[in-house]
Ligand binder design. Structure first.
Ligand code: PMP
Length: 364
């Protein structure tokens, strides 16, 4: 296995080998134009076709209805933490509601507070961010602008088993770390967004899929770059978009459609990988603790620690000797985290699982 294949980083992370090879060639010369992808104009016919294909691939994979817009934005998911309340809170009857279930949803909630009144619909702090709420049972104010939550908490390794809900407010969901890992009922959401650097490509582009009805809620007077209407009306080509990142995203979505065979197939692969690693960790339960409680275990990010915390660093070092990298836990939580994004292969997860078992056997 190549070094890339054993990259369990929380993101940017592993990309499929086939896409890396195509990207390498495209940096020198694109087969279609003979020019480097890094020197392609964002106003070229080639790039218009790439934008169009990226959108079509996403519409196909996620079954996105026609009354939803697909946009490619910059500023990462962090810019969305600010843009969403700026665009969608002002004209509602009641403030937006936020689920704070871990590190990233806390960031979203804090940013919203700088822009608007917002309510906290649920807070996982008291239980150490090891659980998630039942979204359908949250008590939301009538007319709430929207309900914001993070479908997969990347740091704590918590994931809603069913990520949509029948909550009474429009759903706006940060799917940065589980987007395109399984099929989705897109029509249940008002907006979903995800940066590319987990399952979609390199950092630099963020996908937002939003119901066109939301656009009517935007107050006038926002700076153009922060107004969703600008990006929708310019087809994500208002100012210079990240051509390279969108190109790689297009290759990845092609890979998912035509090599993997769609999101159901992707889900089967991802479920198999997560089961393999959780089974391994459960068998080592005497020495290892998984951060998330069982019903909310993430299939994308597995956060865990050894009971003896010295072993965290020892295992990270032992794994590195075998070429296994990216296992350090997030700086806010410590411990270890194995991220099992789409491009991480079942073979790589076998290698990691075997390494864990072997390490614990040697120390028993
Ligand atoms: N949301 C989630 C769920 C994340 O995992 C991250 C980063 N890992 C962010 C938001 C922040 O994204 P960005 O760095 O693109 O601003």
């Amino acid at each position: 296995m190549t070094p890339n294949a054993l990259n369990f980083s929380g993101g940017p992370g592993a990309l499929p080998e086939a896409v890396l090879a195509q990207t390498r060639d495209a940096i020198v010369a694109l087969p279609e134009t003979g020019l480097s992808v890094l020197g392609m104009s964002h106003r070229s016919d080639w790039f218009r076709a790439i934008l169009d294909e990226a959108e079509q691939n996403l519409r196909h994979l996620l079954d996105i209805p026609a009354d939803y817009a697909v946009t490619f934005l910059q500023g990462g998911s962090s810019l969305q933490f600010a843009m969403i309340p700026m665009n969608f809170a002002a004209r509602a009857k009641a403030p937006p509601e936020y689920v704070t279930s871990g590190y990233w949803s806390n960031r979203a909630t804090a940013e919203a507070a700088k822009v608007t009144h917002r309510k906290v619909a649920w807070d996982g702090r008291a239980t150490g961010y090891r659980q998630l709420p039942a979204l359908d049972r949250l008590e939301l104010a009538p007319g709430a602008a929207y309900l914001h939550y993070v479908s997969n908490e990347t740091v704590e390794g918590l994931q809603f088993p069913v990520c949509d809900s029948a909550a009474s407010a429009p759903l706006i969901t940060d799917m940065s770390s589980d987007f395109l890992s399984k099929p989705l009922r897109t029509d249940r959401f008002s907006m979903i967004y995800a940066h590319a650097q987990k399952n979609l490509g390199p950092a630099g582009v963020t996908v937002a899929v939003l119901h066109r009805g939301l656009l009517e809620r935007i107050p006038d007077g926002l700076p153009a770059i922060l107004d969703f209407r600008t990006h929708v009306s310019h087809g994500s080509n208002y100012n210079t978009p990240p051509v390279f990142a969108i190109y790689v995203l297009t290759l990845i979505t092609r890979w998912m459609r035509f090599d993997i065979g769609g999101l159901q197939a992707m889900q089967r692969i991802n479920e198999g990988k997560a089961k393999r690693l959780y089974d391994t960790l459960d068998a080592l339960a005497d020495v290892v603790t998984i951060h998330a409680e069982r019903p909310w275990r993430s299939q994308m990010n597995v956060a865990f620690t050894f009971g003896d915390s010295r072993l965290d660093d020892e295992f990270i070092a032992a794994a590195r000797e075998q070429g296994i990298v990216g296992l350090e836990g997030h700086r806010s939580l410590g411990g270890l985290r194995a991220s099992l994004y789409n491009a991480v292969t079942p073979q790589a997860v076998d290698t990691l699982s075997d390494a864990l078992t072997e390490f614990c056997l040697q120390r028993a």
